[in-house]
Design a protein around this ligand. Structure first.
Ligand SMILES: Nc1ncnc2c1ncn2[C@@H]1O[C@H](COP(=O)(O)OP(=O)(O)OP(=O)(O)O)[C@@H](O)[C@H]1O
Length: 225
């Protein structure tokens, strides 16, 4: 799915990432853990094609997008990637159905069964009957379900989730993680940033970031400290 080789990122004199090497296979469910400010968002911004100013090489499906122009890049993001954020980022004046429809409007993928597609993801995330509700009429967990449905409606190869349970209580977090697990079982590759080791346990593999460096296990982070 993707391969990161010796990637580094600086903000002026500050080094946010260095010597990052990471390979994610098709169908994997990877958790990225690390303290606040360690570089997690910086890394997933690169993986999610939201940031092209880095050193080293990043290949997504064997393709380097570092010099691709913004228009083409947003098309690729829309067609191949799904994003889920901590604070849901739903459109507040759009209904549940309309929020989920948005990626399909911008997509160049052929969609001749749009309505069916939207209904099937609504069912998958357990929101049947809520199609006409506005986000403000839903609980946090339900809003995150809408965000997940929106992220997967285009059948992306890769879903990137940044602290998707960060704003949810532990019972709701578990329900959201069950949805991600099912999604992964259905073949979607998932990369998820989390502070929460219980959440990371749902992933197949966890990597750790500390001070802009990536470690494959917790022990090597501690040795480094
Ligand atoms: N635009 C920027 N300009 C300068 N420094 C930045 C910028 N964005 C991030 N940083 C710095 O880079 C480091 C890594 O930030 P990043 O947001 O990737 O951390 P994070 O691990 O995602 O943190 P959190 O868990 O709090 O979201 C931080 O020290 C941050 O202050």
């Amino acid at each position: 799915m993707l391969k990161v080789t010796d990637v580094g990122k600086t903000y002026g004199k500050f080094t946010a990432l260095q010597d990052i090497n990471l390979e994610v296979k098709d169908g994997e469910f990877l958790a990225i853990m690390g303290p606040s400010g360690s570089g997690k968002s910086t890394l997933i911004n690169i993986l999610g094609l939201l940031d092209q100013s880095y050193t080293g090489e990043y290949l997504l499906e064997n393709k380097n997008y570092q010099t691709v122009n913004d228009n083409e890049l947003s098309q690729i993001r829309g067609d191949q990637l799904g994003f889920v954020f901590q604070n849901f980022k739903l459109l507040s004046t759009y209904t549940v159905y309309e929020n989920i429809e948005v990626p399909l409007i911008y997509s160049k993928k052929a969609q001749n069964n749009k309505h069916q597609l939207i209904e099937s993801v609504i069912e998958k995330v357990g929101l049947k009957g809520k199609e006409k509700n506005l986000p403000t009429e839903l609980s946090g967990g339900q809003q995150q379900r809408v965000a997940i449905a929106r992220a997967i409606v285009n059948r992306p190869k890769l879903v990137i989730a940044d602290e998707p349970t960060g704003a949810l209580d532990s019972k709701t977090s578990k329900e959201i993680m069950d949805i991600f697990e099912k999604l992964n079982q259905d073949g979607t590759t998932i990369i998820m940033v989390t502070h929460d080791s219980e959440v990371a346990e749902h992933a197949m593999r966890t990597v750790y970031i500390r001070d802009g460096r990536l470690y494959n296990d917790e022990k090597s982070v501690k040795n480094h400290d």
